[in-house]
Design a protein around this ligand. Structure first.
Ligand SMILES: [Zn+2]
Length: 309
C-alpha cells in the first residue's frame, strides 16, 4: 500500500475502457459498435504500434479498414470509453501490409516496439495498447484447437476462440510470474542477467509452476537463482505484462540467509542498502542502475524504500 492507502496502479494496468462483458454475446450490439462512426481502431503490426509524431498511438477509423489487409481474427473489441461509450477496437495488419503505400498514416509517424513506446505513452494509452498487444498476440499463437487440432474461430468480439469441431472454448491465458524482493534488515537482494543494460540490477523473478503457491514459487526461485533461503512472504503489488501475456505478482520476502550462490540464469546477484536503492531509483547512484520505470521491479523497489522512510 502506498502512503495514501490506495493500491498502486502500475504501468499497463488502469485501463479506462469498459470491457463490455455484458454485450459480447449480443451479435447486433457488437455489429453496431464496430460499424459506429465513433469507433476507433488501433493498428498493430508484428507486435509494434504506430507512434504518431505527437507521442500518441495511431488510431484509424472504420472506413480506412477497407483498404487494409487485416490478419485473423479481424478487429477485436477492447471496450468502450466514457459516458458516450466510444468503441475501441484493435487489429493486426498482415505481415507484409504495414509498409505498403495504402497504410493511411505512412509518413505521419513510425512503427515502434511496445517496449520502446511504453515510457513515452500516457498511462491510459499504455494500458489500452498493452491489452491489445496481449490479446492479438494470443490470437496469433492460438489459431488451432489444443484439444483436436482444427482451426478455431474467434467469438464474442475476440475475447475467446471456439472449436466448431469438438466444441471446446479457448480463452486468452495469463501466466503468473512472481517477482520478489528478498529483504534482510536494511538490505535487499537483486540480480542481473548477462545482456541487460550495464550495471542494471533488478528483483529476481520466475514463472509460477503447476502445483505451487506464490510463496513456494518465490522461495524456489530465490533458492535456485541465488541460493538464499526464504521465510515469510507478503504480497505487495501486481502488473499485467504483455510480453507476451504475464501477470507480474510483486512480493516482499524475508530472507533467512545471506550467502549467495549463483545459478546459470544470473550473471551476478548482490545485497543493496535502502540508500543504494533510493539513489538507483533517482538515477543518482554512482555505479548501479534501477530497472526501467515501467517495470514491476521498479515499483516494488519504490514500495520497499518508502516503507523504510
Ligand atoms: Zn477442437
Amino acid at each position: 500500500m502506498t502512503q495514501s492507502s490506495l493500491p498502486r496502479i502500475l504501468p499497463f494496468a488502469g485501463s479506462p475502457l469498459d470491457r463490455c462483458e455484458n454485450l459480447r454475446r449480443d451479435e447486433q450490439a457488437m455489429k453496431a459498435l464496430e460499424q459506429s462512426d465513433r469507433a476507433l481502431f488501433l493498428p498493430l503490426w508484428r507486435g509494434q504500434i504506430f507512434m504518431m509524431a505527437d507521442g500518441t498511438p495511431a488510431l484509424v477509423q472504420g472506413a480506412a479498414l477497407k483498404t487494409l489487409s487485416i490478419a485473423d481474427p479481424g478487429p477485436v473489441l477492447l471496450g468502450t470509453e466514457g459516458k458516450n461509450a466510444q468503441p475501441w477496437f484493435a487489429f493486426c495488419l498482415t505481415q507484409d501490409d504495414a509498409g505498403a503505400d495504402n497504410f493511411p498514416l505512412t509518413g505521419l509517424g513510425e512503427w515502434t516496439e511496445l517496449r520502446s513506446a511504453a515510457p513515452l505513452l500516457k498511462a491510459a494509452d499504455l494500458a489500452i495498447v498493452g491489452r491489445a498487444a496481449a490479446l492479438l498476440g494470443w490470437h496469433k499463437r492460438h489459431r488451432f484447437c489444443a484439444n483436436c487440432g482444427v482451426v478455431t474461430i474467434a467469438a464474442e468480439g475476440g475475447i475467446k476462440r471456439e472449436c466448431e469441431d469438438c466444441g471446446t472454448e479457448h480463452f486468452p491465458r495469463t501466466d503468473p510470474v512472481v517477482i520478489m524482493l528478498a529483504v534482510r534488515g536494511d538490505q535487499c537482494l537483486m540480480g542481473r542477467q548477462a545482456g541487460w543494460p550495464e550495471n542494471t540490477y533488478s528483483a529476481l523473478a520466475g514463472f509460477v509452476e503447476q502445483g505451487e503457491s506464490l510463496e513456494e514459487a518465490c522461495a524456489r526461485e530465490v533458492g535456485e537463482e541465488a541460493g538464499v533461503t526464504i521465510g515469510a512472504v507478503r504480497y505487495c503489488l501486481s502488473q499485467p505484462w504483455p510480453f507476451p501475456s504475464s501477470l507480474m505478482i510483486g512480493l516482499i520476502a524475508q530472507a533467512l540467509s545471506e550467502d549467495i550462490t549463483l545459478d546459470d540464469e544470473l550473471e551476478d546477484a548482490r545485497w543493496f542498502s535502502r540508500d543504494d536503492v533510493r539513489a538507483m531509483l533517482n538515477d543518482t547512484h554512482e555505479y548501479y542502475k534501477a530497472p526501467t520505470a515501467f517495470s514491476a521491479a521498479n515499483h516494488l523497489l519504490q514500495e520497499w524504500v518508502n516503507e523504510g522512510a
